[in-house]
Design a binder for this molecule. Sequence first.
Ligand SMILES: *[C@@H]1O[C@H](CO)[C@@H](O)[C@H](O)[C@H]1NC(C)=O
Length: 452
Amino acid sequence: MVCLSYWLVISLATSASGFSDSSKRRSQDYQEGLLPSEDPFYAVPYNIGWFSPGEIINYRESPSEISSFGLVPTHLKKGYQILYRTTNSLQQPTASVLTVLIPPNAHYDKVLSLQMAEDSATINCGPSYTMQRPAQQSLLHSSNITQLQLLFAESALARNWIVIVPDYEGPEAAFTASKITAYSILDGIRAAKHSGYITGIAPNPRIGVWGYSGGAAATQAAINMQELYAPEFEIAGAAMGGLPGISQASDIFTLNKTPSSALIASAMIGLSNQYPVLKNLIYSSLKPQFRDLFYTPLHMCLQQSTLILTSQDILGMFYETLLPGVIKELDMVFQIENTHPPTTTKAPLYIYQSVRDHLSSIDKIDELVRGYCEQGAVVHYERAGSPKLSHVSYALIGIPNVLLWMQDRLDGKRVAEGCVTRADMTATLDPTLAAIFPQHIRDVLAWYLSVS
Ligand SMILES: *[C@@H]1O[C@H](CO)[C@@H](O)[C@H](O)[C@H]1NC(C)=O
């Protein structure tokens, strides 16, 4: 039965893919790109320990066209991929891939590291791959969240900033492992700073970091770890929206039997990709008849696993007597990932959150902001109050103010000290943002806002 419904869902999904019109336009020249798991470019070299953190190991132009909903970003002149040395959560050297997006009239001294929410547990869902056309035309690896976030990138490219996108989950796709996430973002910035001979990026550019949802959690990890891991450069501004706040098992288990059930499996598998003990424990605690279903996130990106695991009782896939042991181990690992010597946050923060957000309660975010303020951090807190908003719609509606704030940071303007909270009631998309996109993308945006 499980198998049958699995294939049913897959075939339904194939026929119901939403934006066939725009994506059909180029299907003639579509050629399936090599998956990262099969692509030697992604392989961690045997002598990785000889490289220093952030050092460039290899690079190339993006092998296929970068696109979103059939749009080739009009503000994109060139896309590069850079393989660079970073460090995993166990403090061992490893390598990850950075995508560098360069607009036609680039300001080579303004670099924005955009952490895309990936929320997947396989290297084949890294944004370096999923932002290319072949991924979007494959069932298992198409990623609507990557495509949506490529529109964020496009809005930054339209301001002539260089956008870098790290595959921050690393080669083992350690989703929710904060340490490798932080290290690979910070090393991605180092790699970008070293990449002038490839990309033209100035050696000391102003640097912004930005992420929404899973991408915000990643950005936050980097901000928290910067003083310890990469104190030698300054971050001019960090924007984080729709923060999910996952730091213990119970934070994800609230999603059980909801449309976001897949995130539980993704997070457990992702985290255990760095921790063999946890990995074995999860495997042996699952009822065998549910293993295939539980492990779907190993074989596909979130878009597809969401469909397959929607509203599933993920926790019910475990033997009841063994589940407490799994939770204990998970919490221990989450704690290892989130424990580090105290640091101060030097980068000015822009935190934006919709009061209505199914992934986190606004109280938690209020508390987070209070914590940063008490620490002496500079925070602009944009607290969106419209009841019409949701996690996804605010991802779009919140963009224009992020861009305005970030522009000041990348221009080197002084930021007001202390903490500011602004209650924003906007619930519609700023037309100036829509205006940077061609009509069929404006239609996509309008569609998103109508369904979410
Ligand atoms: C992506 O697709 C899944 C279905 O596969 C859907 O549930 C989800 O809402 C979509 N997300 C976005 C941001 O479009």
